[in-house]
Design a protein around this ligand. Structure first.
Ligand code: DX5
Ligand code: ZN
Length: 223
């Protein structure tokens, strides 16, 4: 029996004029994660939303896990604001940290705040860059698109990276979960599932359509 795949709908593709309804739809579909794609227009060439949106959604007490993906420069400086605003998971980009010391400081800050620690890799960043941190993190987010926009084409090199992470995890008895983000739909979901991913982020495939629940089932379908 294949392990169940968790789905984290990306708010980036939600209707920002009806966020409470959109989040209700996520809960009604029996999902447990909400993926917040925070973009600063500097680390990535797009600006999405920040702390005020997380704070407002946290006040809804949806019971969903606030899975915050920081596509921002200087994550160490801004992480405390997202912790205060209700982040349950904070995933930063290793490419946004100038030094090893900065990565360690951020990991320690998140650990102290009892927030789940995630580290993310852009498509061109090899797994080796984060190997030294894998025993310290709770989640690795493999980008299967260039970060910055929803609705992009899935990049297959993510599959090899997921397989590589699974191997390292098993060889070293590590506990981090593997999440993939970008271009996930009913065709690419089985591919990432077969590679060993635990959580999939999906934005444009889920939001902006009338059949949210049906689309969730299509992503969960493990034929
Ligand atoms: C990229 C974003 C997107 C988003 C998912 O920076 O992180 O990957 O979450 O978007 P879709 O599912 O539309 O590719
Ligand atoms: Zn994301």
């Amino acid at each position: 029996m294949k392990k169940p795949l968790s789905i984290a709908p990306s708010l980036l593709s939600a209707d920002f004029a009806h966020l409470a309804d959109e989040i209700n739809r996520v809960s009604q579909a029996g999902l447990h994660y909400l993926h917040f794609d925070v973009m600063d227009g500097h680390f990535v060439p797009n600006i999405s939303f920040g702390v005020p949106i997380l704070k407002a959604i946290n006040r809804l007490n949806s019971g969903l896990i606030n899975d915050v993906h920081l596509m921002i420069s200087d994550p160490l400086k801004y992480a405390p604001d997202f912790i205060k605003a209700g982040a349950d998971i904070i995933t930063f980009h290793v490419e946004a940290c100038a030094t090893h010391e900065e990565v360690i400081s951020l990991i320690n800050l998140l650990k102290k705040a009892k927030v789940q620690i995630g580290v993310s890799l852009k498509p061109a960043t090899p797994v080796q860059i984060i190997e030294r941190y894998l025993a310290m993190v709770d989640l690795v987010l493999v980008m299967s698109v260039e970060p910055g926009f929803g609705g992009q084409e899935f990049m297959p090199n993510a599959l090899e990276k997921i397989r590589e992470l699974v191997k390292i995890k098993q060889a070293n008895d590590l506990h981090f979960v593997i999440e993939v983000d970008g271009g996930i739909n009913e065709v690419t979901a089985p591919l990432v599932r077969a590679s060993g991913v635990d959580i999939i982020v999906a934005g444009s495939y889920l939001f902006g359509h009338t059949d949210f629940k049906k689309r969730v089932e299509l992503l969960q379908n493990d034929e």
